[in-house]
Design a protein around this ligand. Structure first.
Ligand code: FES
Length: 195
């Protein structure tokens, strides 16, 4: 987050329109993970996490701290973490906006990336938000009924999604779980990052 910008300074001209340039975005945005969307994951414990350091730039996305490893129950249901940016510019103070969310499941007791499954919660078909259905033990997209196993693979052959859920790269730093948050192109078989 760029903390050097003085928001109280008077401006003789209107501020520039926000640019889409990724570097500028990253300079003005802090990316945080907020866990526990209980409405989508009824059985998952509701947790709220606001963490620091908040993000680091990585190739193709943002590297985000999600939670502490010990807070994830081994073999528990996937938990949903929202990825939120905090923006600051000359006209607005700090505003939070959600840029996406990820499902995280701890599959083993080890503290290595292999013991975690992390998926972008965006449906690879046309971009709706996927839910985890505790009763079924699988992911489901409410838009066109694509279903996915906890491993991310397409479950139902009638699913319109051309690929399984998009896994994300996990990193372990001490006792913390980090993820490289990336969005991918919709409705294509290949998993193509949107840079
Ligand atoms: S957007 Fe998910 S099945 Fe169509």
């Amino acid at each position: 987050m760029d903390t050097s910008e003085n928001v109280d300074e008077p401006h003789s001209k209107p501020p520039e329109e926000p640019k889409d340039d990724r570097r500028e975005f990253l300079q003005k945005a802090a990316c945080v993970a907020i866990g526990g969307a209980a409405t989508l994951v009824p059985a998952a414990s509701a947790i709220t996490v606001l963490v620091s350091p908040l993000f680091q730039e990585s190739v193709g996305g943002l590297t985000v701290r999600l939670t502490s490893i010990d807070s994830m129950k081994v073999g528990g249901p996937p938990q949903l973490f929202k990825v939120v940016t905090e923006r600051k510019d000359a006209w607005t103070k700090h505003t939070l906006s959600e840029v996406g969310s990820v499902f995280v499941q701890r599959t083993g007791p080890g503290k290595t990336p292999e013991n975690f499954l992390v998926f972008n919660s965006t449906c690879p078909h046309l971009g709706c938000a996927v839910e985890f259905l505790d009763g079924a033990g699988s992911y489901s997209c409410p838009c066109h009924d694509s279903t996915f196993a906890t491993t991310g693979e397409v479950l139902n052959q009638a699913s319109p999604s051309p690929r399984g859920l998009d896994s994300l790269e996990v990193d372990i730093r001490g006792d913390e779980l980090w993820v490289s948050y990336v969005n991918f192109k919709a409705n294509v078989v290949e998993k193509l990052p949107i840079v």
